[in-house]
Design a protein around this ligand. Structure first.
Ligand code: ACO
Length: 432
């Protein structure tokens, strides 16, 4: 859903004029199409951190960072979080429309029948040392699905691709919960297909064979909303990684594994874990908020306020508003004595009244409060980013599928401006 304007951008190099087409998105946002620039002019574009580069056109997600707007396939994320189930949202993201009742039931059944892992995969978990980070295990085991589920590894075969999508969505909660069970030395709890997606995940995380597990409905609902809020966000680092890797025509599982690795970093999905760690450090250090805000402002100190700032949002992240509301409800009911929520709110207040943060338009992002909710649910800090991965999975899958269905799909292969040595003569080892 884009159009090419009559309008072109004029580029003059060495007195010669070139016309570059302007593409216009549905919301009026505009892009100069430079895909033929090198062929036309012998020049490439330089764009540090891809801050200004659109590697693709996409119909999946619209983010207006200036106004704090986020929509999946045209629907406001606030509305989806209030009225949808996570699997319904996943269907919407992947296939483009909200499902009918029958479509949703069929989709859920297709996921349900694939929730088990091959028994041999349990030996992969057993091979990791006890302190291994769950994100390392998650990426490794998801990558290993390519070996166990070979009959769905061809991304250009539409039947295999669909099967891979169901398997990926089905097995991700099982793998994520098994990562946790492995880390605490408890037996793996197998999926129960009569449960919903979120119930099943919490069951596999917290049930033990010796006792009946009763999960608070508030936790199921909170998880449902958190997964929806994390489900998609355009060309973020991990989604771009999934696309970059997937563009080589490798299988879906390997592409998702790459996304999990990208998400792990503290500047991306790892921020939720880093944020709780930061709040704990501030609490242990006498709650001296001013000291930490000063450190965050100091250009010579690498410390940053985790859970603050965003490449795209220059306004309050709409997801953070919802997460904060859930936090309020759960803290009141289950964790009135948790000091971190109060501390987080005080930190937000101090930062948002400081010109440094105001001028740079740095607001809390989705990760600032999400860790507090996970703590209340009993999820340990080192699992937070794995929960983010579970939520982001439909977005990754949707972009992977959109890329493969796009006419003229090409391998992603950026260029670079070489700034190293010109050709020089080899010096033998003895003379160096
Ligand atoms: N604390 C203090 N200063 C910050 C912060 C922060 N959290 N974020 C940005 N700034 C400052 C930068 O130092 C820079 O200052 P300058 O102009 O004086 O040099 C200015 O704000 C612009 O920041 P950039 O680093 O250029 O912003 P960029 O778009 O590259 O980075 C990012 C965005 C990575 C999210 C950054 O804000 C950050 O590191 N935040 C903390 C980590 C975090 O919460 N990540 C989660 C992001 S959301 C997600 O992935 C789900």
């Amino acid at each position: 859903m884009s159009s090419t304007n009559e309008e072109t951008a004029k580029l003059i190099i060495d007195g010669k004029e070139y016309a570059l087409p302007i593409r216009i998105g549905t919301e009026g946002n505009r892009a100069i199409d430079v895909s033929k620039l090198y062929a036309m002019t012998g020049h490439i574009t330089l764009d540090d951190g891809f801050a200004n580069t659109g590697p693709t056109m996409s119909m999946i997600c619209y983010v207006d960072g200036e106004n704090g707007v986020l929509r999946y396939r045209g629907y406001r994320v606030e509305e989806l979080a209030e009225r949808c189930d996570f699997t319904e949202t996943a269907y919407l993201l992947i296939y483009g429309e909200l499902p009918t009742g029958d479509q949703l039931e069929e989709f859920r059944t297709n996921i349900r029948v694939h929730t088990l892992l091959h028994e041999g995969m349990k030996r992969i978990f057993a091979g990791f040392p006890p302190q291994a980070h769950p994100m390392a295990i998650l990426s490794a085991v998801v990558g290993a699905l390519a070996i166990y589920d070979k009959d769905s590894a061809d991304p250009v075969d539409p039947v295999q691709s669909e099967l891979a999508i169901y398997r990926m969505l089905a097995k991700m909660p099982t793998i994520t919960a098994f990562c946790y069970k492995q880390s605490i030395g408890q037996p793996f709890i197998y999926p129960q297909n009569k449960l919903t997606y979120c119930q099943n995940f919490l069951h596999m995380m917290f049930a033990v064979p010796s006792e009946q597990y009763r999960m608070p409905v508030d936790f199921v609902n909170a998880l449902n909303v958190l997964l929806i809020l994390h489900a998609e966000h355009g060309q973020n680092c991990s989604t771009s990684a999934v696309q970059m890797v997937g563009s080589s025509n490798v299988n879906l599982f390997s592409s998702i594994s790459a996304g999990i690795c990208a998400l792990w970093g503290a500047l991306h999905g790892g921020a939720n874990e880093a944020c709780i760690k930061m709040l704990e450090d501030i609490a242990a250090d006498g709650r001296d908020l001013g000291k930490y805000v000063d450190r965050a402002k100091d250009p010579d100190d690498p410390f940053r306020l985790m859970g603050f700032g965003h490449r795209v949002y220059k306004n309050y992240d709409p997801r953070a508003t919802i997460v904060k509301e859930i936090c309020h409800r759960l803290v009141d009911k289950y964790a009135a004595d948790d000091p971190l929520f109060e501390l987080a709110q005080e930190l937000e207040e101090v930062a948002l009244s400081d010109p440094y943060f105001v001028e740079r338009k740095l607001y809390p992002n989705v990760d600032f409060y999400s860790g507090i909710i996970y703590r209340i649910m009993g999820i340990p800090n080192n699992m937070f980013t794995a929960l983010f991965a579970l939520g982001r999975l439909p977005g990754w899958v949707a972009h992977w599928r959109e890329m493969h269905l796009a006419p003229g799909k090409r391998i992603h292969r950026p260029r670079q401006l070489y700034t190293g040595h010109s050709e020089r003569e080899f010096v033998p080892l003895i003379k160096r």
